[in-house]
Design a binder for this molecule. Sequence first.
Ligand code: PGA
Length: 249
Amino acid sequence: MRKLVAGNWKMNGLSASLGELVALKDGLASAAPACDVLICPPATLIAQANWAIKGAFALGGQDCHFEAKGAFTGDLAAEMLADAGASYVIVGHSERRQYHGETSANVARKAQGAWRAGLKAIICIGESLIERQVGSANHICESQLKDSVPDGATPANTVIAYEPVWAIGTGVTPTAADIAAMHAHVRACLVAKLGEGAKAMLILYGGSVNPGNAAEILSLPEVGGALVGGASLKSEDFSKIIAAVQPVA
Ligand code: PGA
């Protein structure tokens, strides 16, 4: 599986920001990436972005409802994201879990909604600082995986993103050894839950990935790519992270 470098713009970006996506497209045309590339802009920009980038990289949503349609004011169905040009959707980001009370059970239903619409689900997990400090990080991630990843998840329909909450937007990252250890743990949990097929499922690392630390993080065993927040907003920074992925020998 090729690695995946994914940008999560969160609640940032107006139509004027489409220029960043066009710059990214132009950069990828002059230096072919060694990985798959995805940007998840705000949903309001997906359709315009789809026109602007002409398939140069993938687009995704940042959340979806689990139903295909109905009386859910303000929500978006995975089908709507697909219709606008998305091929992925992030589900269970820690900001959704924290500010919108999303449980792992909701997240699993959203992942199934994504599959129904033909989207790949990027299912996020990760421990808080206190959970890391008291030594329960492995247990927390295991239980989030158990409850957020539906049966039927395959490398073709699902990507996992390990994002320690304390590393998101803080400029602080776990040590390389800690990232490698958690990714090995996540892999073991996925194989225990889903079987040998899960050996090929991508496990992204997310949390303060930037052009300075990307090469080390992306070279770690079991790190199948990165989910990048702040450093995905400027094409110049994001392109450097993409370029940090080494071609498979
Ligand atoms: P960050 O965000 O790169 O700004 O830390 C990552 C994320 O929340 O996906």
